[in-house]
Design a binder for this molecule. Structure first.
Ligand code: NOJ
Length: 559
């Protein structure tokens, strides 16, 4: 008997497109992308068919971490434009049926935010308790209050001579952590969020939101170990309160997604269970850690069986309750086509479209990161002077100070640096890829002469066209949106295959994540002769219906 599915939320059929404004499009020639630039490219998004634009931070900021260090939540950084530009972007996007999601960075502020300026001024300032201030603790790890290590190298504590205490920063020393234990902090954040919703934004992507609750003891003591700041005991309480204070009554039209490094399936089930009213979905990091050898600076090849085990668990774990986000790329990850695909000329188009098909067929909300729809790849990096990212630069400084050979460190940075995601979007083949008329803040990838939007727009077989088709398929197919997921061939090292089934229809997604050809009849006899819904290599002269060629990806209808 067919399952009766209650009307699902709108975002179960949506695709989100992430814009990193600094690198998207520059309207005024200063080399930095900006809001008028984003507005000028909205037709690119409309043509792609995406439903939501997620804007990485554009708030006023000293730009220590490219805007993830905010000094005024209610103003726009002059590098990006003005509040009027945001209003214009909202109007233009809404006119095209595209919703706009803002980045919400409230685990920390900039050290130049007036809240922190006040907080650090004296131990009795009313805002002192808005941040985490602690005394020196002489321990084995040094004088810092805990042994926590910052995501951007070094300890998470900075000594402040004004009051002879330390403040907490899980990221750079210019990103002090807000103290969510303080109800005034939470109320101020809620108020700011309502202000943006009233202005017309359609939801939030919440930066490292699983770090807002720390495991603080009744006496204010913080424990050693990373468990002290990930998934603290009050996380669910804080999220439920935020939902009640900010989203209740208006959430049907909105979308919320929480970035949660280290999140498990079980935790994600709780956070995204609609009955608990916390968040719509989370970003998990399991699949982007599968090629890490110890840490992000050391890679090992991805084993497809590991990817299947991981995605399979997430699909199963959030099948009846909760919802998945699906992504390869974002502004923190190297480009997927270089990392999991093959960006050599022979295989770049096919591997980019294969990876996209593999991902988009799953149950969940797909996220496309700017340039991913063009098959943008990792860049070429010479010396450390080519890099801009604070995480990359700090790691280089720390490793070389500890005695590592600079060339060895550079060799690890080149494929792994976040700057790979941050080279300007490649609009055309001109000098700066059509990104700016000035000097770009970070060098354009030299491959833009061949890989750009202008070259792909009217090519029916381009990476861009393939993304258009995948997005259209999600919009058209309830089976892709909501169908049950079954992983096939879990032990095969090269071929990724699964079915999606709903109301008597079964779609089979089969992707050859390798250059070894496989006879379809040997692997998946049920696929032989099936109707092709979508494919990435059908038009090629070497295509054979019966053989999965290199990076071949197909969506087939079984019945
Ligand atoms: C996660 C963001 O995605 C990343 O870009 C940023 O550096 C950190 N959070 C700190 O805000």
């Amino acid at each position: 008997m067919a399952r009766v599915i209650p009307e699902p939320p709108w975002w179960t059929s949506a695709v989100v497109y992430q814009v990193y404004p600094r690198s998207f499009a520059d309207s005024d020639g200063d080399g930095i992308g900006d809001l008028p630039g984003v507005r000028s490219k909205l037709d690119h998004l409309a043509d792609l068919g995406v439903d939501v634009l997620w804007l990485s931070p554009v708030y006023r900021s000293p730009q220590d971490d490219n805007g993830y260090d905010i000094s005024d939540y209610r103003d726009i950084d002059p590098a990006f434009g003005t509040l009027a530009d945001v209003d214009g972007l909202l109007a233009d996007a809404h006119a095209r049926g595209i919703k706009v999601v803002m980045d919400l960075v409230v685990n920390h502020t900039s050290d130049e935010h007036p809240w922190f300026v006040e907080s650090r001024s004296s131990t009795v300032n009313p805002k002192r308790d808005w941040y985490w201030w602690r005394d020196t603790r002489e321990g084995p790890a040094g004088p810092e209050p805990t042994d926590w290590q910052s995501y951007f190298s070094g300890p998470t504590w900075e000594h402040d001579p004004t009051t002879d205490q330390w403040y907490l920063h899980l990221y750079s020393r210019k990103q002090p952590d807000l103290n969510w234990e303080n109800p005034e902090v939470r109320a101020a954040v809620h108020d700011m969020m309502r202000w943006w919703l009233d202005r017309g934004v359609d939801g939030f992507r919440m930066d490292v939101i699983n770090m807002i609750s720390k495991d603080v003891g009744p006496d204010g003591a913080l424990p050693d170990g990373a468990d002290g700041f990930l998934f603290g005991p009050r996380l669910h309480e804080f999220l439920t309160e935020m939902h009640r204070e900010v989203f209740a009554g208006r959430d049907a039209e909105l979308i919320t997604v929480g970035e949660m490094p280290g999140v498990t399936v079980e935790q994600a089930r709780l956070v995204t269970d609609p009955a608990r009213a916390e968040l719509d979905m989370v970003f998990q990091f399991e699949h982007v850690g599968l090629d890490h050898d110890g840490d992000k600076w050391h890679a090992r090849p991805l084993r497809l069986t590991d990817l299947k085990a991981s995605f399979g668990r997430w699909q199963a774990g959030l099948a009846d309750v909760g919802w998945n986000s699906l992504y390869w790329d974002n502004h923190d990850q190297p480009r997927a086509v270089s990392r999991f695909g093959d960006d050599s000329p022979a295989h770049r188009r096919d591997s980019a479209t294969c990876l996209a098909t593999l991902l988009h067929g799953h149950r969940g909300t797909p996220y496309v990161y700017q340039g991913e729809e063009l098959g943008m790849a990792n860049s070429t990096w010479g010396s450390i002077r080519d890099f801009r990212d604070i995480e990359t630069l700090n790691h280089f400084a720390e490793a070389t100070a500890a005695g590592a050979d600079p060339e060895d460190v550079l060799a690890t940075l080149r494929p792994a640096s976040r700057d790979n995601a941050r080279t300007p979007v490649q609009w055309d083949a001109t000098e700066h890829a059509g990104f700016t008329t000035g000097t770009p803040w970070i060098a354009v990838n030299p491959d833009h002469v061949a890989w750009n939007a202008a070259a792909q727009r009217d090519d029916p077989h381009s990476v861009l066209a393939h993304h258009r088709a995948l997005i259209a398929l999600r919009h058209a197919s309830r089976t892709v949106q909501l169908g049950d997921f079954t992983m096939l061939l879990p032990d095969h090292e090269d071929v990724y295959a699964y079915t999606r089934s709903l109301d008597g229809e079964t779609l089979l997604v089969v992707c050859n994540v390798s250059t070894t050809p496989y006879a379809l009849a040997d692997l998946l006899p049920q696929a032989v002769g099936a109707e092709v819904v979508l494919a990435n290599r059908e038009h090629l002269p070497d295509h054979d219906d019966a053989v999965l060629g290199p990076w071949d990806a197909r969506v087939l209808r079984l019945g």
